[in-house]
Each structure stands twice: as structure tokens, then as C-alpha cells.
Design a protein around this ligand. Structure first.
Ligand SMILES: NC(=O)c1ccc[n+]([C@@H]2O[C@H](COP(=O)([O-])OP(=O)(O)OC[C@H]3O[C@@H](n4cnc5c(N)ncnc54)[C@H](O)[C@@H]3O)[C@@H](O)[C@H]2O)c1
Ligand SMILES: [Zn+2]
Length: 358
């Protein structure tokens, strides 16, 4: 049984979350009447030796596989074209299916290939990272351009998301924690506050040692994202709230040459946004409490001293989400109540200096 149904204007599709689902892909395809005359599984060189054959062996049609080198660099034009060529050579048709088996990188790359091959064919997201609980929902798929991340892409939903939580056991703890930052983000922006109270204050072991608990919090996270996306698929309005912590987060990622993983940078961005929110709205939101919790979880919570503030601010400006010369930040008017606020460069500089002294 599907754990969640995502409804969008164009279509609705199921999300399955459970243990060992990689062995059940054929049953899931049949149950959802997803036809396919052949399959192309796209994955990376870390995931392939662990799970590729488990997925492939259950399928009842010719299976082709394409394995890219792991890492953000995989979302390249070169891979995009090479895989399209491979799909043409293997004679994939409009009825063929692409399976994205991997983290957010594979989801974005394989999803964009599916969106454009023969003007769009079906695809399934099989996330294998915690971060991908986020990226597999919402239909945003993209590759990178030399001038910036995710600049070439589409909005293209999968036919289903099949999340086998057993695969998370092999994910390095640092990657798990980076992905967990997005779970925290979903908790902080959720108006119903159905997630945050369950995770707040818990340590790493409490979060990751109980399968049922993990399943619960990941489905909650996906549900929160799905609700927001449902109301605003094309990011003209409230979908922006999903960028909470990301204005500074992206700047730290990029300015540190990706020494900080996405979630590690977003944690610093979120704690900064909480700080600014408290000052801007003159309201106690638990900044200290969250900072202490994030540190207990092993996250860094300060802006890295090695990264010059002026460079970070420049990066915050060139961020895709910035209009004109201002910086847009997502703040919290209250926990679970995100709002977009526009600041001048001078205002942000001031906040950054105050935050550093905090
Ligand atoms: N489309 C969206 O809405 C959206 C949202 C957020 C992030 N993203 C994108 O997601 C990407 C980041 O995703 P990610 O953090 O999952 O990174 P990733 O896909 O690079 O995976 C992280 C690392 O873990 C390895 N790995 C993956 N699954 C594993 C497993 N089960 N066991 C062992 N190793 C495993 C990978 O090979 C990789 O080295 C970025 O490119 C980002 O732009 C997209
Ligand atoms: Zn993110």
C-alpha cells in the first residue's frame, strides 16, 4: 500500500516507503498499471554495486543500465547527452521507463533525461539518500550549467516514488546528517507542527536507530513538501518557503567550494534565518534552543570564519531567487509560519555581523 499520494494539477502518483521495496518494483509497477516495454536504470558507482542488481532482477522486460560517477559533477551536459545517446541506441520508446536509483543527483539527472527523451517518457524515483526524501517529491529535475547549479531543467513528475529505507543503512553518517537538515527544515516551516515536536532535541542515535520512527519522520517530511508543492507547483508563491535556510546555505556551499555538504550549509543558513527572524519580528522563537540541538546533532552553527562576509553576500545576491539588487530571505514569523522578507545588502551585512558576535 502506498504511504502517501501526491496530487498535482496534472497528475497524482503514489509514494511507497518501506524496507526491502527494491525487490518489489515489478509488483508496484503492475499495481499502478505503469506499462513499460523496456527499462533504463540510471544510477551511480556507489549505489550500483549495492542495489542495482536487486532492482534489475525483478523486472519483466529488457533492462539497460547506465552508471555515472557519483557526485554533483554527474549532473552535467556531457552525461545528459551520453545517456540520451545510449537510450536512442538501446531503442527506448515512448513506452519505456526510466528508473532513477540513487540520491538527489541521480534523481535530478535521470528525471531531466526522462522529461526530455522523446518529449518525455515515464520515470520512477528510487531515492537512496535522506536528502532525496526532499528531492524526489515536487517534480523539479535539472542538470547544472558552468554558470550555476540546476539552471537547465524542467518540472516533471515521476509515475511513482519507491523509497526503500533499507538502502539508507549503507549511506555514510555524514550524508545522513546532511539530508536530515531538510527534515528539520520541513519541520520548521510546517504550519501543522506535526513533525518538529517528534524530532526536536533528539540525538543521532535516537533519530536513526529505530526503523519505524525514521519511516514516520521521513513520510511526514515528504507530506509537508507535497502539501506545499500541491498549492504552488511552479514556485511562484509559497513554494519559496522550501528555500528556508537556503539563501545563506547556497552561498556557504559555493563559497567553500562545496567543502560543506548541502545540508550542513543549510543548517547554518537556518540558524541565521532564525536569528534574523527573532530580531526582525522582536519575538522569541527558540534560536538558542535550536542552536544547542543542532550542535548536539554534530552540526556546525556558525558562519565559517574562513568565508568572507562580503563574498557570501555577493553570492546571496546572485542566487536565482534574488530579484533586483536585494536579498530575499525566508524568515519565520513564528515556528511553522514562513514569510518572504526583502532586505538591502546593508541590512544583511548588519545582521551577519550581529549574528557572528552572538
Ligand atoms: N529536485 C529537487 O527538488 C531537489 C531538492 C533538493 C536537492 N536536490 C539536488 O539533490 C542533489 C543532492 O542529493 P544527495 O544529497 O542525495 O546527493 P547524492 O545523490 O550525490 O548522494 C550523496 C552521496 O551518497 C552516495 N549514495 C547515495 N545513496 C547511497 C546509499 N544508499 N549507500 C551508500 N552511498 C550512497 C552517492 O553516491 C553520493 O556519493 C543536489 O544535486 C541537489 O541540487 C534537488
Ligand atoms: Zn535543500
Amino acid at each position: 500500500m502506498a504511504s502517501l499520494i501526491i496530487s498535482t494539477k496534472e497528475k497524482s502518483y503514489p509514494i511507497y516507503i518501506g524496507n526491502g521495496l527494491r525487490y518489489q518494483i515489478q509488483t508496484i509497477l503492475e499495481k499502478n498499471a505503469i506499462p513499460y516495454d523496456s527499462v533504463l536504470i540510471i544510477t551511480d558507482d556507489n549505489v550500483a554495486p549495492l542495489y542495482l542488481s536487486d532492482v534489475a532482477k525483478g523486472l519483466k522486460a529488457p533492462v539497460h543500465t547506465f552508471i555515472v560517477n557519483n557526485g554533483e559533477e554527474a549532473k552535467s551536459f556531457a552525461n545528459y547527452i551520453t545517456i540520451q545517446t545510449y537510450a536512442i541506441q538501446k531503442k527506448l520508446t515512448r513506452q519505456s521507463l526510466i528508473i532513477a536509483l540513487g540520491g538527489g543527483v541521480i534523481g535530478d539527472l535521470a528525471g531531466f533525461i526522462a522529461a526530455t527523451f522523446l518529449r518525455g517518457i515515464s520515470y520512477i524515483q528510487m531515492p537512496t539518500t535522506i536528502l532525496a526524501h526532499d528531492s524526489a517529491v515536487g517534480g523539479k529535475v535539472a542538470i547544472n550549467h558552468d554558470l550555476g547549479k540546476n539552471l537547465i531543467g524542467a518540472f516533471y513528475h515521476p509515475q511513482a516514488v519507491v523509497y526503500d529505507l533499507e538502502t539508507l543503512n549503507s549511506l555514510p553518517r555524514r550524508q545522513q546528517m546532511s539530508g536530515f537538515a531538510e527534515v528539520i527544515k520541513h519541520g520548521l516551516i510546517d504550519k501543522d507542527q506535526a513533525l518538529l515536536p517528534f524530532i526536536s532535541g533528539k540525538d543521532q542515535d535516537e533519530l536513526f536507530s529505530d526503523y519505524h520512527f525514521l519511516r514516520e519522520i521521513l513520510s511526514h517530511g515528504m507530506k509537508i513538501k507535497a502539501e506545499i508543492v500541491k498549492k504552488d507547483e511552479k514556485e511562484t508563491n509559497i513554494r519559496k518557503f522550501l528555500n528556508f535556510g537556503h539563501t545563506l546555505g547556497h552561498a556557504i556551499e559555493s563559497e567553500s567550494n562545496y567543502r560543506y555538504l548541502h545540508g550542513e550549509a543549510v543548517i547554518i543558513g537556518m540558524i541565521f534565518a532564525l536569528y534574523v527572524s527573532e530580531v526582525y519580528f522582536s519575538k522569541e522563537l527558540g534560536f538558542q534552543k535550536y542552536k544547542t540541538w543542532f550542535e548536539k546533532l554534530g552540526y556546525e552553527t556558525s558562519i565559517p570564519p574562513s568565508l568572507p562576509i562580503t563574498n557570501l553576500i555577493e553570492k546571496m545576491k546572485v542566487d536565482k531567487k534574488v530579484v533586483a539588487n536585494h536579498i530575499h530571505m525566508i524568515l519565520l514569523r513564528d515556528i511553522g509560519e514562513p514569510v518572504v522578507v526583502r532586505f538591502t545588502t546593508e541590512e544583511i551585512t548588519e545582521f551577519m555581523h550581529l549574528f557572528i558576535r552572538e
